[in-house]
Design a protein around this ligand. Sequence first.
Ligand code: AHG
Ligand code: MN
Ligand code: MN
Ligand code: MN
Length: 333
Amino acid sequence: MDKGQGLDDLVRQAAGLSDGERTAAMRILAAIAKGGREMASLLSSGPIRGLTGASGAVNVQGEEVQTFDEIAQEVFTRTLRDSGSVSLLVSEEREDPEVLGEGAFHVAMDPLDGSSNLAVSGPVGSIFCAYRPSSRKTGSPASDVLASVGTPVMAAYVLYSVSTLLVVSFGSEVRQYALESSRGEFLPIPGVVRFPENGGNIVSLNAGNSSRWREGDRHYLRSLEGRSYTARYVGALVMDFHRNLLKGGIYLYPGDLPKPGKEGGSGHPEGKLRLLYEAIPMAWIARAAGGEAVDGHRPILEVPPVHIHQRVPLVVGTASMVADYLRIVSSVS
Ligand code: AHG
Ligand code: MN
Ligand code: MN
Ligand code: MN
């Protein structure tokens, strides 16, 4: 019986890391765990302390920044800087990469995912991806990060829900840890995590945006009407992804038709989700758990990065459900 593997053991088992990278990966995971513990405590008392609203600022994404977006930004920037293992830090909440030091990896993060859930005490998360820097220096931090995007090394997310979970993968397997609050530690949950072998029937999408989708995506939505499936969509990628990972399912955030200036929805032809700190980490974890992630016609892990805040359509989950989506979408295009 797999009793679970501590975070340090998980790093020791990770293939293809130099000794220096192994040390850096352990320190980055410890920084994510430390920040996750702090965030779990702050989130639980957020409503009492009036922290669940908007900060009044607008971020580089054009989104209204929530107070907890900024809090998470400060918490994880501090713990990652203190790890001494991060070179450049890209965040959803900052226009440019931040130079944290001479660490072994670049890190891209979504410090708080699912911000619209904060005001209603819904589930939220934090998403991280560590990238191995390219030997080729480009002279600009943003281009240096983009040059490293082809070599993810570790992806992780923290889910703040009924439990506070840390889910991590170095590419070959996925393990999860639960915060044991009296000890303030993330303890291993036995077993590796894989999408259920018998497929899945949960579909997560915001049909309210479907009038702006491409014909193929609308055709996929129509195809669901004749089939038995379960609709679950909570407005936080980390929560929707994690439930579909354990129970079998697919999450879709398609791109809008290129009609700039449309009101509502993501208003983005390439969808709402960001490649470096949402789509790639979820694709990396999905692949390691036997699933798949595409941008509508090609694997997320093969999408050429052109901007650190690049958006991309995302379809991620059980491999057979993603294959079914691609078959249906290609039947109309
Ligand atoms: P973030 O809060 O980091 O900006 O991400 C929110 C994302 C994702 O977590 C979620 O699935 C999606 O936005 C929800 O978008 P809609 O509200 O447009 O459905
Ligand atoms: Mn946001
Ligand atoms: Mn997000
Ligand atoms: Mn976010």
